[in-house]
Write a protein of this length. Structure first.
Length: 161
């Protein structure tokens, strides 16, 4: 897939496609989320402060980068922009233990919330430019991480009775 613009900014395109994952032909958002899961799994567990700093930096960069992609392509939500899925997935992963089972649980729940966009998630998508592209996925990531975290805490309590 190529951009309609004859002179796209390579560093920006590399960032918003998460190294080209957004250019894969089928389900680019899923590839962006999977990229976050693999990155998270390969990194050592991060402190909450380091994790928040990384997420905040990537979110801010994503807003700017996605806004530029909207201008470059003329599309209000270009499918090749997957930094939003990467960041949203990373947010969900910041809630859980650094283990592949919980990672996969957040991956699945995040994808469901990102695709169906229940309630307030859909409302954020309407924000203009890069803000809307990034905010809905950030909220989906927050809800996915929170739900998996709560289930992880509550299930053992329910099973012990």
């Amino acid at each position: 897939m190529s951009l309609p613009n004859k002179n796209p900014s390579f560093p920006n395109r590399f960032f918003y496609t998460v190294g080209g994952l957004g250019l894969l032909p089928w389900a680019p958002g899923t590839w962006g989320s999977l990229g976050a899961l693999v990155t998270w799994f390969l990194l050592p567990p991060l402190s909450p402060i380091l994790s928040a700093g990384l997420i905040g930096t990537l979110f801010a960069g994503g807003v700017a980068s996605a806004s530029m992609a909207v201008r470059e392509t003329g599309d209000p939500d270009p499918s090749m922009v997957v930094i939003d899925e990467f960041v949203g997935q990373f947010i969900s992963l910041s809630f859980v233990h650094h283990d592949i089972i919980q990672g996969l649980e957040t991956f699945i729940l995040f994808r469901i919330l990102d695709i169906f966009k229940p309630g307030p998630i859909r409302k954020l998508e309407a924000w203009p430019g890069g803000w809307g592209i990034m905010a809905d996925d950030a909220l989906a990531g927050f809800f996915a991480g929170l739900l998996v975290s709560l289930v992880t805490i509550v299930m053992p309590l329910l099973l012990s009775h």
